[in-house]
Design a protein around this ligand. Sequence first.
Ligand code: ARG
Length: 466
Amino acid sequence: MQQKPTSADKTWSGRFSEPVAELVKRYTASVEFDRRLAEFDIQGSLAHAAMLEACGIIQAGDRAAIRSGLAQILEEIRAGQFEWLLDLEDVHLNIEKRLTAIVGEAGKRLHTARSRNDQVATDVRLWLRASVDQIAGLIEGLQAALLDLAERHADTVMPGFTHLQVAQPVTFGHHLMAYFEMLKRDGERMRDCRKRINRLPLGAAALAGTSYPIDREMVARELGFDGVCENSLDAVSDRDFAIEFSAAAALVMTHLSRLSEELILWMSPRVGFIDIADRFCTGSSIMPQKKNPDVPELVRGKTGRVTGHLMALLTLMKSQPLAYNKDNQEDKEPLFDTVDTLVATLRIYADMMGGITVKPEAMRQAAFQGYATATDLADYLVKKGLPFRDAHEVVALAVRHAEGKRCDLSELELDALRAFSPLIGDDVYAVLTLEGSLNSRDHIGGTAPAQVRAAIQRGRQYLATF
Ligand code: ARG
């Protein structure tokens, strides 16, 4: 931050008898972070100026000057040559002052029928809309990576868990497709909150509207908004669209945090279901043998900060009287960090899915160990006429017996099994195999490999609609 503007440059100098204290200036300024909105601020100003001219509020010459001045400023910003001044508080005043320095009088007319209150709300909405579109695309990219991995493992058997205890066999493809579904809802949430982001606050001015004959619909069209915010007080003050987005973002992170937890568990040598490519892991500075799943661990950790940002925004809003309050300046950093964290996480995750090596033998062994087909035996007995509750008890006794023998149900002799129920015949072994168990769950949403393939097929069709 450099050269101080002269007192004539001060936006509200007339009203004040002493300059703002240095510390206060630094405390209240937002330019260090809101300069990130610059391109959207310029976009908004161009649309505003076009409308002012169309409505006869400024002259064509002024609008032309504003347009060329803003184009030059955009170039300066992109080239890294723009001088951002802390004294000018925020992105809006920095750009406006520079515009006036370049084009003179016309630059001073740009702020007619506008306030920074409706201006900043517009900028944030434009920026967030672009971010949501980017994030929705990245979610789809990760979904495509999940489909690829799931397709390779539509038949790979693994233990399915409840309470982290072996429950029933599932396929690894089926397990991955559960995350596909979560991400599908996440993508829907993004696209849904976009509708409420995509409304134009400009025209609300400071809080009450403006006395100029403006055309808000025109500005909305120019900027690609679906319509205007219909109450000026609401337009400048609420940030619910940002909160809603943050909630959707926190859910994406929460889903990825769960997947991360599983990847970490699966990669632990004690479990050994998968390996993660070296480029996503690091070693230890002291233990030469270590290979740590840093990326999933960090995703799990960063979920906390995104959820924290959601809490920050909710808290920011909860006690604000209408309309705009400076509190709202605090919406930006949590929002920016949420988007940055989510974008980086989704990118790296899609790549990491391609870097997973599956160890089918270890998965099969684990599925074999926890009496994962016990429910199948109960179902078998039910199909032979036994009520389910009785079948449940028969199988519980059989499992206890097998446990004593340290073997699987499928390893018990037919006679041993028949001791628990005379309904058991030698066709029982077909249902006690892992494959028999998988194949029998053959309905939409079930883990039968044929159903997993069908789900993957539907997933590909779904992604093709974007
Ligand atoms: N930097 C401010 C913000 O981010 C812009 C709006 C300031 N408006 C005001 N009346 N002080 O919210």
